[in-house]
Design a protein around this ligand. Structure first.
Ligand code: CP
Length: 304
């Protein structure tokens, strides 16, 4: 595929190759000089129309580690605030001879539009509630590294599934790589349309969802996308769905805890669980850089 917008055009073999290649990138990052010439002469634009800490910094570092030039565009400090359209913005940036776009936008489907307007390879860095494929790839990579394999592993994702592009991308990716996914949350935050995906189960019962899980991922309540979507009280949510030591006691002995970030500490995840021995949250961040190097390499150099 020319782009990474979601996993629709990807095979398990191709996705496995991206994960394998991240091992090579990790080895680069472990060296004293963390730079290779793979993308020398290319220009990558990070076009962020919605805020980010992890995705933006890791993509920019990933591109620089591979010797690309990086054009960093943040809508908040741009002429978007004067009413400039997405199309005019992307055509303007493309005129600088950008070779690839990395796009985050609050509207689902925006990354597809950027591919159309720019004519360049596009990596979706999160579009609305639709997809966040590099987050799912780094989650899959982290589980594989920590547990040895994804085959037959039970991954439970708990929280605001409805508004989560991370949950959607993981629900598509993890079963393609052999894992079983359970999505769990209050009924108002658990969209039934995800139940048709192969290898995916839905439940509103967190205790059932975590029993026997090999990996438990907590999701943030996304107030900014909610419009009254969660009708319960925060106390009720915490009591029933917070990922904490009591809930994790039901998971497998070696279960790991994940969170894509940013966290609302002591809401969807207790601080003890976030900082405890099961937590691999900072490993997810670390692996994000290697995965994004691997994705850039696959799309811009190793296209097959
Ligand atoms: N997980 C994630 O996408 O984090 P940021 O919003 O900080 O990029």
């Amino acid at each position: 595929p020319r782009h990474l917008l979601d996993f629709d055009d990807y095979t398990p073999e191709r996705l496995g190759a991206i994960l394998d290649n991240a091992d090579v990138m990790r080895a680069v990052l472990d060296r004293p000089v963390k730079k290779v010439p793979a993308l020398q002469g290319l220009t990558v634009c990070t076009a962020f129309f919605e805020n980010s800490t992890r995705t933006r910094t890791s993509f920019e570092l990933a591109a620089r580690r591979m010797s690309a030039d990086v054009l960093s565009f943040a809508a908040g400090s741009s002429s978007v605030s004067k009413g400039e359209s997405l199309r005019d913005t992307i055509e303007t940036l493309t005129a600088y001879k950008v070779d690839a776009f990395i796009v985050r936008h609050h509207a689902s489907g925006a990354a597809h539009l950027v591919a159309k307007y720019s004519g360049k390879p596009v990596i979706n860095a999160g579009d609305g509630r639709r997809a966040h494929p590099t987050q799912a790839l780094l989650d899959a990579y982290t589980i594989r590294r920590e547990l040895g394999s994804l085959e037959g592993k039970n991954v439970t994702i708990i929280g605001d599934v409805r508004h989560s592009r991370v949950a959607r991308s993981n629900a598509q990716l993890l079963p393609m790589l052999g894992a079983n996914v359970t999505l769990c949350g209050p009924a108002t935050l658990l969209p039934r349309d995800l139940a048709h995906l192969p290898g995916v189960k839905l439940t509103t019962n967190a205790q059932d969802a975590v029993t026997g899980a090999d990996a438990v991922m907590a999701l943030r309540l996304q107030g900014e996308r909610m419009n009254g979507g969660y009708l319960g009280s925060l106390q009720e949510y915490i009591r029933e769905y917070q990922v904490n030591d009591a809930l994790l006691a039901r998971a497998s002995d070696d279960a790991i805890v994940l969170h894509p970030g940013p966290m609302n500490r002591d809401v969807e995840i207790s601080s003890a669980a976030a900082d405890g021995p099961r937590s691999r949250i900072l490993q997810q961040v670390e692996n994000g850089q290697a995965i994004r190097m691997s994705v850039l390499y696959h799309l811009l150099v190793g296209r097959a």
